[in-house]
Design a protein around this ligand. Structure first.
Ligand code: TXA
Ligand code: MG
Length: 350
């Protein structure tokens, strides 16, 4: 299906009333709107309409067995979407992390159409911490179902130009705002069962959740290769550049030595090599192409740059990519989760 797409640039991240009104009208009419959030850009439609949600899957080329996150601007919207009264632990999580990069899974009410939840009896909900997203939901008066706004299989978009280049002609409206602050998708936390369980690591860390909840479980599908993840979306080979990527894990010196060795061998075979490294260590590499994704001691900066760096390095038509690992602590867990997917779990320990 071809769409006439209206693109609005909001570089400073401040929505203009009349443009937000166009977006809100589009949502109410069952159309599709791409908007920035603090995590990644989302591709939204009315979460209360089956037909609107179906347009999201079509625009992304996404399998419809993968449920969508519903974005809200008020607690009244949450109450409308879920089956049971809001529990005490959920109240504490809302207090601490909303608006923000935490998605919670609840038993759904009868108001949520099946196409939004891919037939599951649970619904994923989050309140985004971004003025454009928030105003769009509020002005349209509808909860907005929105996956990340990438074409299926590509890294989530974290810059306005990512969505424009990929999605013009596939949706009705695009709001191009600032670069995504967090740059990694939200943490998905299942609150529908007995024990709170992380289904996807993201901008809110396990440690932060444990401060509020006590013990939190991590879905075995995230740590054991043989287990099927509970979040349907986690089973797909996301984010992968065309060239095979290898993550090299070890001390700074050992990793640099190993990467240079591997790069030299690949170049000797006539291969075009790229390195994905922290900007702190970039000078240690001998290859022509080194993409820096942030200072090694600033995981937040790395988080906000990682998808952009993956897209950049993918655009260089390389034959092989070597990447530095980051520390798996705090949001480093989420960063490495995405990097491992991009590398199809090819990890070299030195
Ligand atoms: O930060 C984000 O979460 C972004 C922005 C746009 O809000 N959205 C996003 O959506 O990343 P998406 O569709 O790319 O990822 C949603 C993930 C998928 O892995 C999906 O399987 C899981 O959440 N999910 C959604 N509803 C679920 C449910 N009811 N039960 C289990 N997993 C669910
Ligand atoms: Mg996604």
């Amino acid at each position: 299906m071809e769409f006439k797409t209206h693109v609005y640039y909001m570089r400073d991240g401040v929505p203009e009333e009349k443009h937000i009104e166009v977006g809100a009208k589009t949502i109410r009419a069952g159309g599709t709107v791409i908007f920035p959030t603090e995590t990644v850009y989302g591709l939204g439609a009315d979460a209360l309409s089956d037909e609107a949600a179906a347009k999201i899957y079509a625009a992304k080329g996404r399998p419809s067995d993968n449920p969508l996150i519903v974005h809200i601007s008020s607690i009244d919207m949450l109450v409308y979407l879920i089956q049971e009264p809001i529990s005490e632990p959920v109240k504490r999580l809302i207090e601490k992390f909303w608006p923000g990069p935490l998605t919670m899974i609840f038993k759904k009410s009868g108001n949520v159409p099946d196409s939004v939840t891919a037939g599951l009896d649970t619904v994923a909900v989050r309140m985004p911490d971004h003025e454009i997203a928030f105003e769009l939901i509020k002005k349209s008066g509808r909860p907005i179902a929105a996956p990340s706004a990438n074409r299926s299989g590509k890294p989530s978009p974290t810059r306005g130009n990512h969505v424009v280049s990929e999605m013009v002609g596939r949706v009705d409206v695009i709001f191009c705002g600032d670069d995504s602050r967090v740059g990694l998708e939200s943490t998905v936390l299942d609150m529908s069962g007995e024990i709170p369980t992380i289904l996807r690591p993201g901008g809110v860390t396990k440690e932060q959740l444990e401060e509020v909840l006590g013990a939190v479980r991590v879905d075995r599908g995230l740590t054991e290769e043989k287990e099927t993840p509970k979040a349907p979306g986690m089973k797909y080979a996301h984010y992968a550049p065309d060239a095979p990527m290898y993550i090299v894990k070890g001390s700074v010196e050992n990793a640099a030595r190993k990467i240079n060795e591997l790069a030299k061998a690949a170049e000797a075979e006539g291969k075009k090599v790229g390195v994905l490294a922290t900007s702190t260590n970039g000078h240690l590499y001998d290859t022509d192409i080194v993409i820096g994704f942030g200072k090694s001691d600033d995981l937040e900066e790395i988080g906000s740059n990682i998808f952009h760096a993956l897209r950049e390095i993918d655009s260089m038509r390389l034959d092989v990519i070597f990447a530095e690992a980051v520390d798996e602590k705090g949001i480093g867990v989420a960063i490495m989760n995405r990097m491992k997917k991009a590398a199809a779990n090819r990890i070299i320990e030195v």
